[in-house]
Write a protein that binds this ligand. Structure first.
Ligand code: NAD
Length: 502
């Protein structure tokens, strides 16, 4: 499917582009220019029902197909994603704004989940015990859950859906994806490439839309499991509503990731790492560092280095050579972020680098915010308490490692945290005591590889299981424990009482 300017996007249902019945459409903008590039349909309950029914119809044959056959389709899909990576990255950059190299990197991280999922014949193996009773054997099997739905955020239009559906499909489920309405095109390309890889029609479907589409998925009786990634208020809503409707739910929410810098750290190394983690993708990463806790003497030296480096960041359109940081997603996001910077100044934080009016020649209407650095931020300030989700780093000063860890643990969000130090003792203390889902030692964005699982604690995750890795396999399967005996003629049948081992 060739994406044309100002086209009305279709949905992807039953293995083909599908014209929706809805009459509600939204605009997709190129954040670097501010121009509308296409229109996206907002599905109504009938459109969602068509997708779920296509997934339900495809389920019996797909779940009955050998896991190795499913894995081989994913192997071909992996190769197609790799071969088309540059074209896919262009779509991400056009609708999201991040740089092309960053977009390619995010697709690579998604491909790694496909690679993990191709091991599914091994991953689905159960356990077996002989003679759990006299001539009685027992074993466990993992079976697919059924029709699964994924609801995903704007910031990773390729990678976050790929945290979900490769594992779900490998395990024998069928899938309905509701990608972000801000950058919806990539989901359609993934549908086409899955079909080209040999995926049967209806196994993977895409509906676009907003709350109405999401609510229809949450209420649909044929949807058995919901994976969600997005902001905390919506994650909580999805978890509570999905659970009330009897669905299995994993809902990943927002974040406020801290980097603790101890006085013994290599400050040049820490500076480079924090600059990339704070300003990469304009801070619109769920694992972006947004709060830096400078301990003791580290503070002044670190601020001086961060300021020099932040001022040098090349901000501009993500598809131009040499650009390190692109625009934020929408005009509303830009205004919200600059409003929060105003608030930080008003509440008394020291604004060291001000990104409110960046000069981006040739792009007067782009949604740009330049790198912004605050020092002397207090935990009571709005810029510390709220998830800014933009290129704004807040430095808090702390007197000790204990104080720094206490700050991490007091935050309502608990996705990731990192410590920069040369002390093994301090690193170990941090590992033991920090209360977050993903932690790094001298690694600023400790995103787990695909064969581990990704997820936070507290308000960063509602549900029990993280995404991909073995937690993904657990989420997308139900365990059945079999018990069997093959009595010889004349064996005594089980009696009236509770069977116990003699
Ligand atoms: P969002 O919560 O606004 O939207 C996420 C999805 O929910 C979208 O598909 C959207 O259409 C849908 N949605 C929005 N409002 C809804 C409503 N009222 N009812 C039902 N559905 C609704 O998030 P976003 O702005 O697209 O993404 C940014 C957020 O996602 C940030 O908070 C970021 O931290 C978070 N995020 C978290 C992770 C993680 O792994 N924890 C990863 C990526 C992004």
């Amino acid at each position: 499917m060739e994406l044309k300017t100002l086209e009305r996007l279709p949905m992807w249902i039953g293995g083909r582009a599908h014209a929706p019945t809805t009459t509600r459409y939204g605009e997709v903008t190129n954040p670097a220019t501010g121009e509308v590039v296409r229109h996206v349909p907002y599905a109504n309950p009938e459109d969602v029902d068509a997708a779920v029914r296509a997934a339900q119809d495809a389920l019996p044959a797909w779940r009955a197909s050998p896991s190795l056959r499913r894995a081989r389709i994913l192997m071909r899909f992996r190769d197609l994603m790799e071969a088309n990576k540059k074209e896919l990255a262009k779509i991400v950059t056009q609708e999201h704004g991040k740089t092309l190299v960053d977009a390619e990197g995010s697709i690579t991280r998604g491909i790694e989940v496909v690679e993990f999922a191709t091991g599914v014949p091994h991953l689905l193996k159960g356990e077996h015990s002989e003679n759990v009773g006299t001539e009685v054997d027992s074993w466990s099997i993992r079976q697919p859950v059924g029709v699964c739905a994924g609801i995903t955020p704007f910031n990773f239009p390729a990678m976050v859906p790929m945290w979900m559906y490769p594992v779900a499909l490998a395990c024998g489920n069928t899938f309905v994806l509701k990608p972000s309405e801000r950058d919806p095109s990539l989901a359609l390309r993934m549908g086409e490439l899955l079909k080209e890889a040999g995926l049967p029609d209806g196994v993977f479907n895409v509906v676009h839309g907003d709350k109405e589409a999401v609510d229809a998925l949450l209420a649909h009786p044929l949807v058995r499991a919901i994976s969600f990634v997005g902001s905390t208020p919506i994650a909580r809503y999805i978890y509570e509503t999905g659970a009330r409707n009897g669905k299995r739910v994993q809902a990943l929410g927002g974040a406020k990731n801290h980097a603790i810098v101890l006085p013994d750290a290599d400050l040049d190394f820490a500076t480079e790492a924090i600059i990339g983690a704070g300003y990469g993708s304009a801070g619109e990463r769920c694992m972006a560092i947004s709060a830096v806790v400078a301990v003791g003497d580290a503070g002044d030296a670190l601020i001086a280095r961060l300021a020099v480096r932040a001022r040098r960041i090349a901000t501009g359109p993500g598809d131009a050579a040499g650009i390190e940081m692109g625009p934020v997603i929408t005009r509303a996001a830009r205004d919200r972020i600059t409003g929060l910077i105003d608030r930080g100044v008003a509440e008394g934080a020291a604004l060291v680098v001000d990104g409110r009016r960046p000069a981006v020649p040739g792009h007067p209407n782009g949604f740009f915010v330049g790198p912004t650095l605050f020092d002397r931020v207090a935990p009571s300030m709005t810029i510390y308490r709220e998830e800014i989700f933009g290129p704004v780093l807040c430095v808090v000063r702390a007197g000790s490692l204990d104080e720094a860890i206490a700050l991490v643990n007091a935050n309502p969000y608990a996705n990731g945290a990192a410590v920069f130090t040369r002390s093994g003792y301090a690193a170990r203390r941090f590992q033991q005591d920090c209360e977050v889902g993903m932690a790094g030692v001298n690694v600023p964005i400790p995103v787990p590889m695909a064969f581990f699982s990704f997820g936070g604690w507290r308000n960063s995750l509602f549900g029990d299981l993280h995404v991909h890795g073995m937690d993904g396999v657990r989420f997308y399967t139900r365990t059945k424990v079999m018990t069997s005996r093959w009595p010889d003629d004349g064996s005594a049948a089980p009696g009236f009482h509770m069977p116990v081992m003699g």
